[in-house]
Structure formats: structure tokens, C-alpha cells
Design a protein around this ligand. Sequence first.
Ligand code: ARG
Length: 226
Amino acid sequence: EGEAKTIESGKLIVATNAEFPPYEYHEGDKIVGIDMEIADAIASKLGVQIEIEDIAFDSVILEVTSGKADLGLAGITATEERKQSVDFSDSYTSSKQLIIVKDDSSIASGADLEGKTIGVQTGTTGDLMVGDIKDAKPERYAKGMDAVQALSQGKIDAVVIDSEVAKKFVEETSGLKVLDEAYAEENYAIAVQKGNKELLDAVNKALSELKADGTIDSIIAKYIKA
Ligand code: ARG
């Protein structure tokens, strides 16, 4: 049972789910992406090392709640529900859920999702949203890309996932497209154990400096072509 380390210990454990390009993904034996560069930039501001813990997305918040990880950095949308169990930093970027379908699909908008089988990554905001679509059947996958593969094989009708991730997956898979219609904006933030004000304040201070000096924008621009 690991106790979360304080900043003074010189090391922060960062929980993520590296199945989410361009935010966190595997490249060879490394985990790279926007969130990983932000983690590095924060760590160097705080003068600490980081250790990345790559786990299932629906365990990331729990890992922070239990104190096994210091930070949850995984394209996490700061929802009201999650705020019951963790504290969130200021937002560092935003996103929207998008719908992926086959090129020849009859689904042209969110309204057409009624009664359809829709793939999502387990425990994500996309998963929650599909629960609100009338008669829709959510099909849950451990990895977003597994949902996309299932779509491409015709096993499901659509996938709902975060915008930039949707675009990356569609780039990598032939025969799929992203619909224009997007759902409400979501804000990504870093999760910290509830009440760890010292760490939360330190992360927010680092983030505000990294925003002010253009570091966050340039990290994002490296991975997302405008
Ligand atoms: N933004 C969505 C959420 O908070 C999806 C995040 C998934 N992140 C990941 N690393 N797989 O639920």
C-alpha cells in the first residue's frame, strides 16, 4: 500500500491511462503525449521527479483518492461528480465529445444515435453521455481504440470519444469519419487527493506560469495541428 509522496519527498507518482492519443500514448517503450509533457514541465517547476503509472482509466481517480498516486493526469474532465472524490487543478485545456461512424453510415447527427449500439471507453464522460441517449446500448471497452476497431469491423454503430482522440483514431483507421456535431465543452484538469492543498496550490502555480510563458500552448501545438 503506497502512501502518496509529498512534494518534499522529491517524487510524484502520476496515474494515467496511456491509450489516449494525443494526450498519453505508447511510442515504442515510452509513454508520450501532451499530458506527459505537462507532467514533466510541472515536475521541473516543483523540482521533483515523476513516476508514471499506466493503469485502466476507470482506476485513475481511485488511485488518487486512495493516495497511491499523487496526481491523476489522463485527459480527465473535471466533472461535478468527480469533484466529490478528488480536487481538480485549474483547467489546462478543453475538449468535446465527438461521434465516429463508418464512412457509409446512415448516422448523421446525435439524434440518429437513438437505439444504436455505441462504443465508449469504460468510465469516461462519453460512457456517461451514451447512458443518456434514448434506447442506446453502450458497449464498453478498456481502450478507446478497441471501440474504434469494433466499429470498423461493423460490430457497433458508432463511438463517442473526446474530440482530438477521435481525430487521431480516425486518421489511423480507414473507412471511418468524425461527425461535425459536437457535444458540450469539457474542461481537462489534474486530479489531486482531496484536501492536499499544498500539492494543489503548487500544481496550480506551476500551471499558471506554464500558461503565461506559452509552454502549455506550445506543447499542445506540437501534437495538435490547428
Ligand atoms: N475526458 C474523458 C473523461 O474524463 C476521457 C478521458 C480518457 N482518458 C484516458 N487517458 N483514457 O472521462
